[in-house]
Design a protein around this ligand. Structure first.
Ligand SMILES: [Zn+2]
Length: 322
């Protein structure tokens, strides 16, 4: 079995003696853990341990894309954007088996944005970029169109896809910037070349995200933290998968864990820190079946192969060289 997790994070408080997290930022990050024990120094070492555990228990290979958020626009970040991106690349390099793929993160409002994405793709070889609209920007702002054009140029120069992972859906704050409809124009204007992953399948606006993906083949959805506000609820995942299948989008649904958070993190009997239980998330997904009442409503069955596709092979298109 091959697991390809397109959405994970690394976290740290300090980089090279400088603060990445101000006290306000630390408070903000803690809120994401919804009362569970926060892991504010989620370094590669811990992730490698989690990957090893998952691989051993499941008998699989486990690759994961990770990023650290560019929060410079909302909180005082002492590190520069290039120090931040260098850090994530160096951390990823700590796994000798190359299972950790670094995503650079950048706020497209930064004046050095174009220069930095060029450096990240051509010099650092990042797998893609994470963009985080809840810090206060709408992805379809025309001021960012040169940014998207530059990504397409960089794909041509590097001869590989450079996907953009956008946080979509609810957030601790700034959710209005992350409503999928604000991505539609970007998807249309830059298709088919610009590859867009809408994180969290845009929940609670998942129908909106799904509709955009159904109409534009350059749009993918990841299922990181999908529905966890409601507690772990397989029926909710199955509604998403069933609708995606009917809309012809199921092979563009991608697995994400949001490590060190974890999509099974609210399960009552989790019995271990969230960062360490990637295998439980995978098991829970593999055990899912379409509930009878949904079948009666017209939801199609989801096969084991289709679940395996979500967990791994669907991401191949975006990361063909890995
Ligand atoms: Zn995330």
């Amino acid at each position: 079995m091959e697991i390809f997790d397109v959405h994970g994070h690394l976290l740290t408080r300090i980089i090279g003696g400088k603060k990445y997290m101000s006290p306000e930022a630390e408070k903000w990050f803690r809120a994401f853990f919804l009362g569970t024990e926060p892991v504010l120094d989620a370094h590669a070492e811990k992730l490698i341990e989690a990957l090893d555990t998952a691989e051993e228990i499941l008998g699989c290979t486990y690759r994961i894309c990770v990023n650290i958020l560019d929060i410079g626009n909302i909180y005082n970040m002492e590190v520069s954007i290039s120090e931040l991106n260098d850090w994530v690349v160096n951390q990823a390099g700590m796994d000798s088996r190359g299972r950790i793929l670094p995503y650079a993160c950048i706020d497209p409002r930064r004046k050095e944005a174009l220069e930095e994405i060029r450096r990240c793709v051509l010099d650092l070889g990042v797998a893609g970029f994470k963009l985080y609209p809840p810090t206060g920007f709408y992805p379809d702002d025309h001021a960012f169109f040169p940014f998207y054009e530059e990504i397409i140029k960089l794909q041509q120069e590097s001869k590989r896809p450079v996907p953009l992972l956008f946080h979509q859906g609810f957030c601790i704050s700034g959710s209005k910037y992350a409503q999928p409809i604000n991505m539609e124009e970007v998807a249309v204007r830059f298709k088919p070349d610009l590859k867009i992953i809408m994180a969290h399948a845009g929940i609670p606006w998942s129908d909106e995200a799904l509709s955009i993906a159904a109409l534009h083949a350059n749009v993918y959805l990841d299922i990181s933290l999908f529905g966890d506000l409601y507690g772990f609820w397989p029926g909710l995942h199955m509604q998403l998968f069933g609708k995606a299948k009917r809309a012809g989008v199921l092979d563009r649904i991608l697995f994400g864990s949001d490590w060190p958070l974890c999509s099974a993190w609210m399960e009552a009997d989790i019995g271990a820190p969230t960062w360490s239980v990637l295998h439980k998330t995978i098991r829970a997904l593999k055990d899912m079946q379409m509930p009878g009442p949904l079948v009666e409503l017209g939801y199609p069955e989801i096969t084991n192969d289709e679940i395996d596709g979500i967990l791994g092979s669907n991401a191949r298109e975006l990361f063909p060289d890995v």
